[in-house]
Structure formats: C-alpha cells, structure tokens
Design a protein around this ligand. Sequence first.
Ligand SMILES: Nc1ncnc2c1ncn2[C@@H]1O[C@H](COP(=O)(O)OP(=O)(O)O)[C@@H](O)[C@H]1O
Ligand SMILES: [Mg+2]
Length: 275
Amino acid sequence: MGVLEVRGLVKRYGAVEALSGVDLDVGAGELVGLLGPNGAGKSTLVKISCGLVHASAGSVTVAGAPAGSIAARSAIGYLAELFRYPGWARADEVLELHQRLANSDGGAAERTELLELVGLAEARTRRVEAMSKGMQQRLGIAQAMIGRPKLLMLDEPTSALDPVGRRAVRELLVELRSRGQAVLLNSHLLSEVELVCDRVVIVNRGRTVTAGAPSDLVRPRGVEVETAGGPRLFEGAGRDDAPRIVADLVAVGEQVYEVRVLRSTLEDVYIEAVS
Ligand SMILES: Nc1ncnc2c1ncn2[C@@H]1O[C@H](COP(=O)(O)OP(=O)(O)O)[C@@H](O)[C@H]1O
Ligand SMILES: [Mg+2]
C-alpha cells in the first residue's frame, strides 16, 4: 500500500480550477519529485494532503487514512513553501515547539539527532534571525522530520538556496530515503529532481502529464559520429547500434574520431510535457 494515494483530485478556487483530476502515488520509502510550472497545482495538492485545504472532488489517503484525519496528519512531516520562524527563536526552541505541536516525546535526544542530521549541531542556540536562508531551510527540514513521519512533504525546499545549499539538501534527501522515510519533493528545479528522485510526476494546468523513473523518461536521441567530413547524426540509434554504425563507416573508408550516444535530458521531457 502506498504512503500517499491521490485519486482523481479536483480543486476549484472559485472560477480557477487548480487541480483537474490528479492521480499520484508515493510508496513507502520512495523519493518522488512533483514537477510543474508555477501555478500547476503542486502546492494545492500538498496542502490538501496535509488537510490544510479541502478538495472539491476525489480522494487522498495518507498511510491508509483519509487526508486531514489525525492518523493522516501524524504520518506527515510538512515544510511549507513560504515558511517563517520567529527571528528571536533559537534553533532548539523552534524544534521544541514543533515537538509539542507534533506530540513527539523525543525530547532533547531527538533534537540533537535532527540538528546533526541537517548539519546544524553547532547552531543549536543560534537565533533564526542570525541564520542564513540555507540554515533556516535546513532547520525547516529538521522540523518536518520530528516524530519520524512516514511521509515528508517538502514544498520547494531549495528554491532559495545557492548551489552548495542545494547539494546539502539533496544529500539530506538521500539520507532520508535510506532511513525508509518517503518524500514528496515539490520543485521546479529539474536537475536536482533528476539527480535524486526514484520517480517524477509532472503536472501541468492541474493534470498529470507524465510520470515515471527519470531514467525511463529520458529517451535516446541518436548516435553522433565525428568523421573527417564533420559530425554525422544517426537519429533514433542507441548505444547498442554504435559498434555497427562505426563498423559500417570504417568499411566504406571513413575515419572515425569520436562517437557519442545522445540522450534527451529530463529538461527535454519536461519542456515537451508542459508546452
Ligand atoms: N487560496 C487560493 N485562492 C485562489 N486561488 C488559488 C489559491 N491557491 C492557489 N490558487 C490558484 O491555484 C492554482 C494552482 O496554485 P498552486 O497550487 O500554488 O500551484 P504551484 O504550487 O504548482 O505553483 C494557481 O492558479 C493559483 O493562482
Ligand atoms: Mg507552489
């Protein structure tokens, strides 16, 4: 059974249809990227799953319980897209408050473990206002992990980060997966999703347009061979065709300098899916 099961989800805000029948599954311990342009409905899907917004139609279950129920809420860790902790609060205090909200009895040991996991052990008593954006983001992820939820929903957790901060969060996501916690990662940063996600779901205008493992979504684009006469592209050919292509060229007297197998990137797949 999936940790998150979304079926035919529809959400209308007045005349705006934010979701028009979305299906999505996240399996236990799976890291799934939810991709789509701004306004595609990603945050709405997450908010409905957390019980913060009511669906107009369709259903969402979290760990088998209907979204919004206490059982569903306690299975989720959530980091909102635009979160802000009070500037005067210290890292440890932010976590302690959320332990109380989440009814976690992990105490100081849990806070220590989480701060270490997100690389903030040294900043335990630092106030939020004295933290960089990247540190606040990592504190936010630690907050979402309180109580070891089965499913983490992270809404654009790296959008405000520089490349170093992004890499740190990516490594953290991989760590989460190794702990068996599932993650739904909302993002519009393709490269990062491509690097870490087991599966991606692309939504556009409230509908799922593409879903699958990144390696299954990218397709071969052909084999390019550098010959004395310049580059030649063999469209539709894949890696397995390369030896035969080279042998044929050599047989007719061509000089071969380089052979490249070209694949589309997740970006190509995405652009095709949302345009
Ligand atoms: N509270 C709201 N009231 C009215 N419209 C909303 C509200 N929240 C989102 N929308 C609209 O729903 C659509 C999807 O928004 P959202 O789920 O935030 O997309 P994403 O997270 O993919 O950028 C957008 O057109 C947005 O303007
Ligand atoms: Mg959003």
